[in-house]
Design a protein around this ligand. Structure first.
Ligand code: NFE
Ligand code: MG
Length: 565
């Protein structure tokens, strides 16, 4: 038996340590440990609830918008407020554009190098790579000249001894299986993706005034002034500029991202069998298109035990199914006590011990839904929408599966989604849906402005006494919720239950493995000194530990350590 410790996991946000016991070339037990603690929930006590979104947004600079959006939703819910339509549409466009940027960065820049061997791309034939690429998609940049230019760039890095962003990878690892030409194609798209994620992010910047960390949120709406007659406000000219970027980003999603994910899935079809883990899936509806949060463009809900037929929808911003069934356990987390509590009743009192395999070993709390751990994220979201019969989801899932099946030469069904590569495929399907939602909300905003409605804000009023509220949001890494208790206009308690908390959580009150942990069990490990397979599965969740533990570093942490004993 070998114990593999990867600490920290890189190409994620924050400090995550993963421990695995390996027996006969396979993982047979695992621990996920958040190695940082932040305390944003404590900082919020006694503050004005209208300011909470500014603080909570500093939880993370990756999912930068999400803690702003969900925070105002929680306070609006506590006050029973409605939000003007324009504000919903502007928020929706920001959420969709940010999600598209985030998913593209995840696939290309944070996880593709687990599958793509950049060094192998040096020996590819650019003409063969181009003819393969052109057989898969009609993306205009799939030319041999482009591939040759990328290869020359890579050769330049190697010749100068400066591999830069490609310096540390498991190049030549036995689990790397792509032909040299596919590696070259993917390396080219890796570089192109920088440009397109930037365009998506620019949409967020224009509407949110800044990113990371948008500035236009408000309890009751958004602070964007709409005025077709002013150059200093949101007007049709600015919106036309945004539309041009929406179109360019859409072309990259459909012609490049979707094609590349399906090609990787076909070449690595084994990885449609690994990485399943926890199959209780939780997602929430997103993109409200009414003032109250009762109608949504994309559905969400709970799937117990992988049974899509038992899907339970979550229908509104007041849904009791969601409000009543979320809890967090600290039995295995570095907080004082052993409780399992509803967020309104939680406290956050840090109490560090050492790493105890059977005791406390993480700063991440362990959330549960209906008493069980649940997986969240694009896979949970896509399976939920599929279960709800959402047409667009079925269209893109079927399209992706048919492309994988054609390339793999065998039928690949929906069941394959419960896997490491299934998470990438689902993220890509979700990106295509986010693009459609972005276009829809752009059109809704234009139509509403054309009717002469320029309202973006309803003023919040805080009654005396106590109010409780929750807000949820389907963030890039999955279901995010904020829970607030307000007393006489000040925050009495504030809890964030975050996507990476759900997935990176340690064992809960029933000692069941959390989603990262469970997904690693059964993964093959070809070389214990180079645990690439662990990275593949963990990266497929797109971890964000800044979010999951919402402080900063303990003293003297190693910058990089991979050890085996
Ligand atoms: Ni920091 Fe986040 C997202 C949130 S956490 S990236 O998406 O909320 O998982
Ligand atoms: Mg929390």
């Amino acid at each position: 038996m070998a114990r593999i410790v990867v600490d920290p996991i890189t190409r994620i946000e924050g400090h995550l340590r993963i421990d695995c016991n390996v027996q006969n070339g396979k993982v047979d037990n695992a621990w996920s440990s958040g190695q940082m603690w932040r305390g944003i929930e404590i900082i919020l006590k006694n503050r004005d609830p209208r300011d909470a979104w500014i603080y909570t947004q500093r939880i993370c600079g990756v999912c930068t918008t999400v803690h702003a959006v969900v925070s105002v939703r929680a306070v609006e819910n506590a006050l029973n407020m409605e939000v003007p339509l324009n504000a919903q549409y502007i928020r929706n466009m920001i959420i969709a554009a940010h999600g598209i940027h985030d998913h593209m960065v995840h696939f290309y820049h944070l996880s593709a190098l687990d599958w793509v061997d950049v060094v192998s791309a040096l020996s590819a034939d650019p003409k063969k790579a181009a003819s393969l690429a052109q057989s898969l998609s009609d993306w205009p940049n799939n030319t041999w000249q482009e591939f040759k230019a990328v290869q020359d760039k890579l050769k330049g890095f190697v010749a100068s001894g400066q591999l830069g962003i490609f310096a540390n990878g498991y190049w030549g690892h036995p689990a790397m299986k792509l032909p040299a030409e596919v590696n070259l194609l993917a390396a080219a798209h890796y570089l192109q993706a920088f440009e397109y994620q930037r365009k998506a992010n620019k949409i967020t910047t224009i509407l949110g005034s800044k990113t990371p960390h948008i500035q236009n949120m408000a309890v009751g709406g958004v602070s964007n002034p709409i005025n077709p007659d002013s150059e200093d406000a949101l007007n049709f000219e600015r919106l036309a500029y945004i539309k041009a970027m929406i179109d360019e980003v859409g072309s990259f999603i459909h012609n490049v991202y979707l094609t590349d994910v399906t090609a990787v899935a076909a070449f690595y079809k084994d990885w449609l069998n690994y990485g399943k883990g926890v199959v209780n899936y939780l997602s929430v509806p997103e993109f409200p298109v009414d003032t109250k949060g009762t109608q949504f463009l994309l559905p969400g809900g709970y799937i117990p035990n992988g049974n899509v037929g038992a899907f339970e929808p979550i229908k509104s911003f007041n849904d009791a199914l969601f409000e009543d069934n979320v809890k967090e356990s600290i039995k295995h987390a570095w907080y004082d006590g052993e409780w399992d509590r509803h967020p309104y009743e939680e406290d956050t009192v840090p109490k560090y011990t050492d790493f105890q395999d059977d005791g406390k070993y993480s700063w991440v709390k362990a959330p549960s839904f209906k008493g069980k751990p649940a997986q969240v994220g694009p896979l949970a979201n896509v399976l939920g929408m599929y279960a709800a019969g959402h047409e667009g989801t079925q269209k893109y899932v079927n399209l992706a599966l048919s492309k994988v099946s054609a390339l793999a030469g065998e039928k690949v069904g929906v069941g394959a989604l419960h896997s490491t590569l299934g998470r990438h495929a689902a993220r890509c399907v979700r990106t295509a849906l986010l693009y459609d939602v972005l276009v829809q909300n752009y059109n809704l905003l234009i139509e509403n402005m054309a009717k002469g409605d320029f309202a973006t804000f309803n003023k919040p009023e805080f009654p005396s006494g106590e109010q409780r509220g929750f807000g949820f949001h389907e963030a890039p890494r999955g279901t995010l919720s904020h829970w607030v208790v307000i007393n006489n206009g000040k925050i009495k308690n504030y809890q964030a239950v975050v996507p990476s908390t759900w997935n990176a959580g340690p064992r809960g009150s029933g000692d069941e493995l959390g989603p990262y942990e469970a997904s690693l069990v059964g993964n093959p490990i070809a070389d214990e000194k180079k645990p690439l397979e662990v990275l593949r599965t963990i990266h497929s969740f797109d971890p964000c530990l800044a979010c999951a533990i919402h402080l900063h570093d303990n003293e003297n942490q190693d910058i990089s350590k991979v050890s085996v004993w």
